[in-house]
Write a protein that binds this ligand. Structure first.
Ligand code: PRP
Length: 176
């Protein structure tokens, strides 16, 4: 990987990620004490974060998956969010935590919030590992890290389905 010219500096190390995710897990454990919240993983990027976050809580969480697409194989959003895979669990009266890897323009989140709120959950909060500085994030209750505008990969985040397996979050350097 070190020989890949597209992989730039490490923005967040494995240790920084692990420490912050343990803090988020502890915060969720306090806030949802006595409840069994449903963690909704937004595929594909959030799958790595979700597995670590779920294990960082003391809660009897349940898990479901939803998939949307707005970026295709490009590094720029198409501006249109498409539902690719729906949830299987009924959200009525459930405490739902939407788990995202990154809130960038906020477009995906707006779409998902509307979609899930229409299903009348008891509550709906968002837990995002990364939130782009300047993004509208007032409705993201749990934020891992604010990040600068660099395009980033690793720890679940991809470019054209590559680099999701990296342990750290790194800057992606596009070709000149
Ligand atoms: C990424 C990410 C978020 C979304 C955020 O998904 O996982 O869902 O983009 O961008 P936005 O705030 O500008 O809407 P992507 O479409 O790249 O799919 P992936 O999760 O499968 O990589």
């Amino acid at each position: 990987m070190e020989s890949d010219p597209h992989i730039g500096e490490i923005l967040l190390t494995e240790e920084q990620l692990s420490t912050r995710i343990k803090e988020l897990g502890a915060q969720l454990s306090r806030d949802y004490e006595g409840d069994a919240p449903l963690l909704v993983c937004v595929l594909r990027g959030a799958y790595v974060f979700l597995t670590d976050l779920a294990r960082a809580t003391d809660l009897p969480v349940q898990i479901d998956f939803i998939a949307v697409s707005s970026y295709g194989s490009s590094t720029r959003t198409s501006g249109v969010v498409r539902l690719v895979k729906d949830l299987e669990v009924d959200l009525t009266d459930r405490h739902v935590i939407l788990v995202e890897d990154i809130v960038d323009s906020g477009l995906t989140l707006r779409y998902l919030r509307q979609l899930l709120e229409d299903r009348k959950p008891a509550s709906l909060e968002v837990c995002a590992l990364l939130v782009r500085e300047g993004a509208r994030s007032d409705d993201v209750r749990y934020v891992g890290f604010p990040i600068p505008p660099d395009f980033v990969v690793g720890y679940g985040l991809d470019v054209a389905q590559h680099y999701r397996e990296l342990d750290s979050i790194r800057v992606f350097e596009p070709a000149e």
